[in-house]
Write a protein that binds this ligand. Structure first.
Ligand SMILES: NC(=O)C1=CN([C@@H]2O[C@H](COP(=O)(O)OP(=O)(O)OC[C@H]3O[C@@H](n4cnc5c(N)ncnc54)[C@H](OP(=O)(O)O)[C@@H]3O)[C@@H](O)[C@H]2O)C=CC1
Ligand SMILES: CC[C@](O)(C(C)=O)C(=O)O
Ligand SMILES: [Mg+2]
Ligand SMILES: [Mg+2]
Length: 330
């Protein structure tokens, strides 16, 4: 089995005399910055002037500076803005403040692996990538738990990059659940594959198609929503806790037989071929080029798809049903 790193394998002191600037205070930024701060590290936040999150970060007890000032003041600069803006902001606001021996840190390898950011050789470049949406990085940390994470070193100018990465992962809470070492290439390709094929793209298309099939066949949309959307979380929780074995042992024998025999007809050899195709487009850089160009042209495809997604019947039905479930408010 691959070597895993837990709390006892990481020394947070590697970062204790350093100032960490977290650039961006969105999904990952707010979570990782607060976790690092609560772990006793010296964290500042870098935001663009006029950011609506400036006050939020200050209310969370963090010092906020402009991106340029934060990058200049810090030894370790963690870039937690959307992937598509990182290269421009890096060139104009971050790079001028970087000194030899500093470190830049990513939670996803897109910009380094696909050559959008080319760092100078005299700095450390490492990654700490929680395998979780940002809000759960924070929520689990506050509960005394954590999410698994990855570390990777792309450049080790100081000779200490791996220790810094492990300390960083500990500060975020990832070593509580387990951290494994990877490369920027492996993280980038597997993360893009997972979100396109399985976690986000695959699952959302599966549940929408199942919902549409039931509604088209004349079943009530509310029924279809509970069956295909709502219950998915309860099923996935079982897989999260105990793998497929726990899920199959909890559902009825009828569901187990039906699921194991019919499932492979739904996600079939054609789906596997489509998965390989998606992976090849990621590995060849074709997807990255498409995404970079999409953003340079003001995201025409994404904005059209977002509108269509919002208008889906299941979204409206779901909103109504969830509004009556007290623990799903807020
Ligand atoms: N979302 C997730 O759960 C995960 C994300 N990652 C990676 O983490 C990184 C951050 O992603 P995520 O947290 O989703 O990012 P967000 O979209 O949540 O980042 C929002 C933050 O970035 C700032 N920002 C956006 N555009 C600009 C800009 N042009 N100039 C300056 N600041 C800007 C926003 O500023 P303002 O406050 O002014 O709006 C805000 O503070 C990415 O590399 C992503 O791949 C990795 C694992 C999971
Ligand atoms: C699954 C989507 C993700 O890769 C993540 C939360 O890990 C992302 O980029 O947001
Ligand atoms: Mg991911
Ligand atoms: Mg991702």
């Amino acid at each position: 089995m691959v070597e895993m790193y837990y709390d006892d394998n990481a020394n947070i002191d590697a970062l204790k005399d350093k100032t960490i600037a977290v650039i961006g205070y969105g999904s990952q930024g707010h979570a990782q910055a607060q976790n690092l701060h609560d772990s006793g590290l010296n964290v500042i936040i870098g935001l663009r002037e006029g950011s609506s999150r400036w006050k939020q970060a200050e209310n969370d007890g963090l010092e906020v500076k402009s991106i340029s000032e934060a990058a200049k003041a810090a030894d370790v600069i963690q870039i937690l803005m959307p992937d598509e803006v990182q290269a421009n902001v890096y060139e104009s606001h971050i790079k001028p403040g970087i000194e030899p021996g500093n470190a830049i840190v990513f939670s996803h390898g897109f910009n380094i692996h696909y050559n959008q950011i080319v760092p100078s050789k005299d700095i450390d470049v490492y990654m700490v990538a929680p395998k979780s949406p940002g809000h759960l990085v924070r929520r689990t940390f506050e509960e005394g738990a954590g999410v698994p994470g990855l570390i990777a070193v792309y450049q080790d100018a100081t000779g200490d990059a791996k220790n810094l990465a492990l300390a960083h992962a500990k500060g975020i809470g990832c070593t509580r659940a387990g951290v494994l070492e990877t490369s920027f290439r492996e993280e980038t390709e597997t993360d893009l594959f997972g979100e396109q094929v399985d976690l986000c793209g695959g699952v959302s298309t599966l549940i929408k198609t199942a919902f549409e099939t039931l509604v088209d066949a004349g079943y009530q949309p509310e029924m279809a929503y509970f069956e295909t959307f709502h219950e998915l979380k309860l099923i996935v929780d079982l897989i999260y806790e105990g793998g497929l074995e726990k899920m199959w042992s909890s559902v009825s024998n009828t569901a187990e037989y039906g699921g194991l025999t019919v499932g492979p007809k739904i996600i079939n050899e054609q789906s596997r071929e489509a998965m390989y195709e998606a992976l090849e487009r990621i590995q060849s850089g074709e997807f990255a080029r498409e995404f970079v160009l999409e953003n340079q042209t003001n995201s025409p495809v994404l904005s059209a798809l977002e509108k269509k997604e919002k208008e889906h019947l299941a979204e409206n039905v779901g909103k109504e049903l969830r509004s009556k479930i007290p623990w799903l408010q807020g």
